[in-house]
Design a binder for this molecule. Sequence first.
Ligand code: PLP
Length: 406
Amino acid sequence: MWYVSTRGMAPRVDFEGALFSGYAPDGGLFMPEELPQLGRETLRQWSALSYPSLVAELCALFIGPELIPRDDLNDLIQRAFRRFRHREVVHLSRLRDGLNVLELWHGATYAFKDLSLSCTAQFLQYFLQKRGKHVTVVVGTSGDTGSAAIESVREAKNVGIIVLLPQGHCTKIQERQMTTVLEENVHVFGVEGNSDELDEPIKAVFADVAFVKKHNLMSLNSINWSRVLVQMAHHFFAYFQCVPSLDMHPLPTVEVVVPTGAAGNLAAGCIAQKMGLPVHLVAAVNCNDIIHRAVQRGDFSLSEAVKPTFASAMDIQVPYNMERVFWLLSGSDCQMTRGLMEQFERTQNVRLPEELQSKPSPVLSGPCLCSQVSRSCCGCWTEPRNSSGDPSSGVKGDALHPDAEE
Ligand SMILES: *Cc1c(COP(=O)(O)O)cnc(C)c1O
């Protein structure tokens, strides 16, 4: 399997190349050159799998046995989920009226990022050990990514991690999750300023290509293909748990509401859909609503500033994975994607062409949820639940609704 840049001007790379890259050299994001189409028979087989086995099947499609032989792949994924608290790793909870919640929070830090980061860290360590190399991961965080990234690499011998956190802007529990890890390879710094200001020095570091090369630095945000890849499993697993039978004609559609920040999970859902999974994706955003405006009105433009809300992981101004979504929606049109994204970088303001807007398209739509989303979600539980489990906000997993109208 080869990976190409969404902007079409970079040489293709294999999975290992995509794993160790941030952006492609032309500024784009890596995507699989071809998306395997899954027929009903494959879906039927996959529907009987456990969550870890499903992740392994998916990864095997996109990694290739010449890079990671299947037995090794199975071991890595087993190891990645070893410390999850739930026997099934991911669990679907059934609520009232066909509403379900996919519990993605059973990992070490309670963030759904534990799932994709723990696998990604195993892949990194696997290749680094094989090649006798070392990398240092540099992460700026408002909470979830930092703690999940630290947990994922704390036992990795060939990976170090430096985390910058905006002091006083993370929740207390997340600050402690980050600052109480005593491993030699983990370095955490509190920084004055908010998360936007904290991004500045990190951007400057990664813009210095010679410096990055000399010190083997890399990022682990959801620009990284491996994270998107693993997250596709959420959508498959949720679908199989929601539909009563895969013998129905046509297969029923499941509506998946995805709490969205940088749109990594959303991009993963779009890819799953392109591979033949009948899901209808709804991007849920808070008042930082660039995706909502883009989908509803074709208005992909920066707002003045990030507005802080309860759901800090969704307080994102530039949802960079929308580039992957645009590329998919345009039928892999790298010229169009490049044009749009370069215009966005120049002017912070793009009017999307008709074919990328939602129209009656089954791809995305989205109500603009406010920061109160957590409160309204709690109202859906059949029984009162203790919602203190989530260390960041209250938006915990994907809400799913089978048989939504199309
Ligand atoms: C990371 C995160 C998000 C945003 O996810 P994306 O895939 O970047 O859109 C939303 N909610 C929570 C709780 C998160 O940790």
